[in-house]
Design a protein around this ligand. Structure first.
Ligand code: AKB
Length: 311
């Protein structure tokens, strides 16, 4: 199905790669990239509009003028930055979602993608193989905004028939664009430091295992979810999504197989508390059963691919 898409937050870690993948699929002019900042991704050739998703009337005007079918809302403030700016994180993460949900409720667009996160889980959730449903008491502003957002997506689907699709992304690892403000960002920075200086000082403890995924898998999952019929990829459900799980120590060991001189030290900071509150691994059996999700990259494939690109 060829759709005219609008990506909000196109300059971000996921947005950058999502725009490229959607343009390859739907055609360059079918995909409008937008961000609050000017376009900083030269590899995204195609239409770009500077747009603040918090400005509801500006957003509506673009959607109507460009005859948009689907909106991908990738603008968000992540976990670590959110703890420093709680009001701003809540305002950005929730208000942009309401703006997009209302576009669909009013019949201006037919489908939404909205990213959730493993941050919806909290200290009282099971740590290993955390199931789709169960105790969710997030302890970060980011997690609270994602869990609330999930509930609002479900509500808009049930009450108004809005077709909103969602994934609970784990930490994402990519080489095209840097993450910003997350707890899992170390798993990207480590590669740059390993190649530049041969050493990495990690802000998490050696055994802080977290669910992670290579970006190609995250993009493939997003496209598959948006393409699947609503009878399979259920609107209003934020699917658990899993590929691998590792600690900083395990990641360092894998990097050492390629760079034997690499060393790592540990100086946990405030982000350790956030990591402690999250699952160590995720059960994504709903996504596998409902719409056939299957990741391609494990830890060793991800590490060799990252190093090959960054070298
Ligand atoms: C973060 O660390 O805040 C994000 C996430 C897991 O949603 N990468």
């Amino acid at each position: 199905m060829s759709q005219k898409c609008l990506i909000l937050g196109a300059n971000g870690q996921i947005g950058t790669e999502l725009v490229i993948a959607l343009r390859a699929k739907h055609g360059v002019n079918q995909v409008i990239a937008s961000d609050v900042k000017p376009n900083n991704a030269p590899e995204q050739e195609g239409p770009f509009i500077q747009l603040d998703a918090l400005d509801e009337s500006a957003l509506r005007a673009v959607v109507v003028r460009e005859k948009i079918d689907a909106v991908y809302l990738m603008a968000a403030m992540l976990s670590a930055t959110g703890e420093q700016h709680p009001d701003l994180a809540w305002s950005l993460n929730m208000n942009t979602l309401f703006h997009v949900l209302r576009l669909a409720k009013d019949g201006l667009i037919s489908r939404i993608f909205w990213p959730s996160s493993i941050a919806v889980f909290g200290p009282s959730s099971p740590k290993e193989n955390t199931p789709q449903l169960g105790v969710m008491e997030p302890s970060t502003v980011y997690g609270i905004s994602k869990l609330s957002g999930e509930m609002w997506c479900q509500y808009y689907h049930q009450k108004y028939g809005v077709d909103v699709r969602s994934l609970r992304y784990p930490g994402l690892i990519s080489h095209k664009s840097a993450p910003g403000g997350g707890t899992t960002d170390y798993a990207v920075t480590i590669f740059y430091e390993a190649l530049a200086t041969g050493h990495f000082d990690c802000y998490l403890s050696s055994d802080a295992a977290l669910p992670m995924m290579y970006m190609d898998d995250a993009i493939a999952a997003t496209l598959a979810l948006m393409d699947a019929p609503a009878t399979k990829a259920k609107p209003g459900v934020a699917y658990n999504l899993s590929a691998m799980s590792f600690s900083p120590e395990a990641l360092a060991e894998e990097i050492k197989k390629h760079l034997p001189e690499f060393t790592i030290s540990y100086a946990p900071d405030a982000r350790q508390k956030i990591a402690d509150s999250w699952p160590k691994s995720i059960d994504d059996s709903w996504a596998r059963k409902d719409w056939g999700w299957k990741p391609q990259y494990d830890l060793s494939q991800m590490v060799s691919t990252m190093l090959a690109h960054l070298k």
